[in-house]
Design a protein around this ligand. Structure first.
Ligand code: DAH
Length: 339
């Protein structure tokens, strides 16, 4: 019997199984009710007490070894079988084709980034606004044409509530709550009741900038404008300020940049003037400061606002602003940017 046990002990190391069926066959061969080891235990019962003492130890050792081997095979078989399955968790994923940023987002981010370098931080406000924030606080007289139903989308049930027509409303929201110094840039969607054409839409985007502090002068505004124009349109860009009117600034100006298509020589794009208009600006009217609770004897400031569609048109020479909203991938994929 000892010989039989020794022989089996030698065989154990060579046992192998490649799938669950083979493994089960091994278990049946050795450990089932009719298996070889069970049979040895039956034989063991017939032995004399001295023989039992010697063989018993070996027989238990054999049983343990077989059990151990089967467990070992089971583990290796399980881990190798999971490698063979369809799922390979180590594999890199399929490349997901990346979209491109929308040209309006690219330009908006670029504008915000330029002003961030001058210390401005982003502020946002609601698109559904009240009359106070869009008009009254910004020094619009009661009968100003911009309040006319033709320009503004009012909420039918409450004429005090409207869709903001410009991001200047964010100026008021921030000034009401913040002690100067204030340096904010406010990008956002605005709405006007315009007929849709290649140059106007009823929903478009603006960016507003506002700087309020002690001793802010027109010179500061001009310097910021020049920096901005050169950063966005290139170092050769020149700027020109023309006197203008906005209720919320005094004095007010419109800024032109040298035409970035012809470099200022004159072309159909700039109507042979060499200049294209890009934004409105001015020194914040003292009435606006006062209506927001800021003492205009201590503080002054400048503000500027521009249409993002317009700037994007100039930047990329897009002729029809409706293209920005048509979701045509052939158009949208042309705009690559770091932003
Ligand atoms: N809010 C003006 C508009 O929508 C743009 C504008 C002009 C903003 C002059 C300003 C500014 O801050 O100073 O046409």
């Amino acid at each position: 019997m000892t010989d039989k046990i020794n022989k089996l002990l030698e065989q154990i190391n060579q046992l192998s199984a490649t799938n669950i069926e083979e493994l089960e066959a091994l278990r049946i061969r050795f450990l089932s009710k009719k298996g070889e080891i069970t049979r040895l235990f039956t034989e063991f019962r017939e032995l004399s007490p001295e023989e039992k003492r010697e063989v018993g130890k070996k027989l238990n050792e054999l049983k343990d070894k077989v059990q151990e081997k089967i467990n070992e095979l089971k583990i290796s078989f399980e881990s190798s079988s999971s490698e063979e399955s369809d799922m390979d968790l180590t594999r890199t994923s399929y490349p997901v084709p990346l979209g491109t940023r929308h040209p309006l987002s690219i330009v908006k981010n670029e504008i915000c980034d330029i002003f961030a370098r001058l210390g401005f931080s982003i502020a946002e406000g609601p698109e559904v606004e009240d009359d106070w924030h869009v008009f009254s606080s910004l020094n619009f007289p009661e009968d100003h044409p911009a309040r006319d139903m033709q320009d503004t989308f009012f909420i039918q049930t409450n004429p005090d509530i409207l869709l903001r027509t410009h991001t200047s409303s964010v100026q008021t929201r921030v000034m009401e709550k913040t002690e100067p110094p204030i340096r904010i840039i406010c990008p956002g969607r605005v709405y006007r009741n315009e007929a849709i054409s290649y140059r106007s839409l009823c929903c478009f985007h603006q960016v507003e900038a506002l700087y309020i502090d002690k001793d802010v002068s027109f010179t500061d505004l001009k310097q910021a404008l020049l920096f901005f124009a050169k950063e966005l349109f290139g170092a050769d860009t020149k700027i020109r300020l023309r006197p203008s009117f906005f209720p919320f600034t005094e004095p007010s100006a419109e800024m032109d940049i040298s035409c970035n298509l012809c470099g200022g020589k004159g072309c159909p794009f700039c109507k042979y003037t060499g200049w294209v208009e890009i934004l409105g600006c001015g020194m914040v009217d003292p009435n606006v400061l006062e209506s927001c609770g800021i003492d205009s004897r201590i503080y002054s400031g400048y503000a500027l606002g521009m249409g993002i569609e317009r700037v994007t048109n100039l930047r990329y020479q897009v002729k029809d602003i409706r293209m920005f909203y048509e979701n045509d991938l052939r158009f949208l994929k042309q705009f690559e940017s770091a932003y």
